[in-house]
Structure formats: structure tokens, C-alpha cells
Design a protein around this ligand. Sequence first.
Ligand SMILES: Cc1ncc(C[n+]2csc(CCOP(=O)(O)OP(=O)(O)O)c2C)c(N)n1
Ligand code: SF4
Ligand SMILES: [Mg+2]
Length: 297
Amino acid sequence: METTLERTPAMLCSGHAACPGCIEALSARHVLAQLGADTMAVIPPSCMAIIAGPQPYSSLRIPVYQPTLESSAAAASGLRRALDAQGRSNTQVVVLAGDGGTYDIGLQALSSAAERNEDILYVCLDNEGYMNTGAQKSSSTPHFARTSSTPQGKPTRKKNLTAILAAHGVPYAATASVGHLDDLRRKVDKARGLRGFRLLTLLVPCVEGWGLSDDGGLRAARYAVECGAFPLYEVEDGTRYTLNYGLRPRPVADYLALQRRYRGLSPASIAELQAEVDQGWQWLLRLAQPAEGQALP
Ligand SMILES: Cc1ncc(C[n+]2csc(CCOP(=O)(O)OP(=O)(O)O)c2C)c(N)n1
Ligand code: SF4
Ligand SMILES: [Mg+2]
């Protein structure tokens, strides 16, 4: 089947500055191909800003605005209004931000933009840490993961950004992964077709920060979904939860074993993580409808 990448010129060009095997670049490439050329990007300091490149160079074929780390959603709101004032209401405004700039430093501006139901698509490229500054922990880093600022393992759990934004009652909030490409493309298309505030949280396994093999990013992306650590679901209008992948064919231990950030984790801690993932899954099952053609487990 012909893909969007084959149909349209790539919005992200080759020759950019991502690490070899980077899933963030692959994710951005697919998201932008699906959105098309009539798009403007807001990219705060993050790996994605490095990948997009410093002025006057750019690896993207669309206009890019780089605001401060805390202000992406506010900058995107202003850009949206300027475009609307010019009669360009069909131009998509997309934010491509990291988890540090979203879960932590940009959360206030993000919550306000969601509350105002600004007409923007906010994509969080969630690599679970402050990666381009040396892999420090963020509030998206999962329990027990070692980072440069939590060398003994993070003592607290990962925040649930998608549920937090859904609780604002926004038109659309969903998780997605380039490891499940058809689902990702469908969600980008769906978000593009809606008006108002839309969030996509993309899990982006980080070759460097997670300690993966150079070709291990996609496997980690798939295992994260398959063990239930990163369930694929979508929430419409803050209330209608749909589970898009209702199976859990593998234990969390398979996923952890791919990553050096969990090296030396004790069997008791692995069991604790499994129990936390089970708990999150049960929470989701209480809220969610199965996707069409699927039964809930
Ligand atoms: C207010 C503020 N604090 C710190 C920084 C330095 N800084 C630039 S990028 C970055 C890491 C951002 O992490 P994340 O948003 O997760 O993006 P990633 O690098 O992981 O892609 C930091 C701490 C900054 N630019 N602004
Ligand atoms: S640090 Fe991680 S997310 Fe950033 S460019 Fe390298 S592999 Fe990609
Ligand atoms: Mg990050």
C-alpha cells in the first residue's frame, strides 16, 4: 500500500542532527508527512529543536518558530490567532515539544491553552527525560529508571499527561507510537480534522538516554505497548475513552530487559513495576470502550 511518505515530499529532510537510530526523528517525519505542507511548527528547546536545526539552517520544509522552553502552548496560541487574522484558518499549528517542556516546564502554558480550547495540535515527543541536556529525569521518567540526576533509579512514578489534558475536556487527547504506525497515522489524521485543542502523546524510546542498541528503538516502542506500560488509547471531549490495542502479550520484564537504564533492577522492583502497570491497565479498562471490532480483555 502506498504510504503518505511516498505520496508527498518529506517535510523532514535527511542530513539532520539526530543520533543514529533516533525514534524522535522517525516519529516527527511521519507526523509531519501526515499533516502536510500547510503546517507551521512551534518547537521549544529539545532534541527536536536540534533535529530541526539552528537558523538559518533547517531540516524542515515548513516554517518553524522556536520559543522558550516554558512557552510553547502560549506561542502556538499567538501564532494561531495571527494566522486566523490573515484568513489562514486552514493552516495547522503544531507544537513538537519534549516531555520536559510539556510535563514540567511548559505545563502552566499548556493547561491554559487547553482550558481556552486553542485551535492547535500539541504533540509531546515523550522520550521520558531531559535528553538533549544529558538525560536528566523529568516527571515523565518512569519509576526505577536510572537517569543522570537519579543514578539510583527514579523514586517516583510517571505522570499521566494524556489523562491530565483529557480532564480539561479538550476535543481530543490520545497516546500513539511510531511502533504502531497505522494507529499513529489515523490519529494524526483524526486530530487534523478536528478544531480546538488536540494532544498527541508519542512515546519516543531514546537510544542514548534509555541505553538501547542503535537499532533497538522500534522494538522498545512495540514492547512498551505490548506489555501495557504505554497503552494506546484516545479520549474524545474528555469523557469517551477508547482502547486502541486491547492485548498484553508480554510481561513488563521483556521491555525492561531492552534498556540499560533499568540495569541491575531487583526481582522485587520488577514485580513492583509489573503491579503498577497492571493497576494502570485496570484503571483504563474501567474507563474505556474497545475499538471497533475488538473486545475488551
Ligand atoms: C527554563 C529553562 N530551563 C532549562 C533550559 C535548558 N534546557 C534546554 S532543552 C532542555 C531539556 C528539555 O527536555 P525535553 O523537553 O524532555 O526535550 P528532549 O531534550 O528530551 O527532547 C533543558 C533543560 C531552558 N532552555 N529553559
Ligand atoms: S538523545 Fe535520544 S531523542 Fe535525542 S536525538 Fe539522540 S536518540 Fe534521539
Ligand atoms: Mg525529553
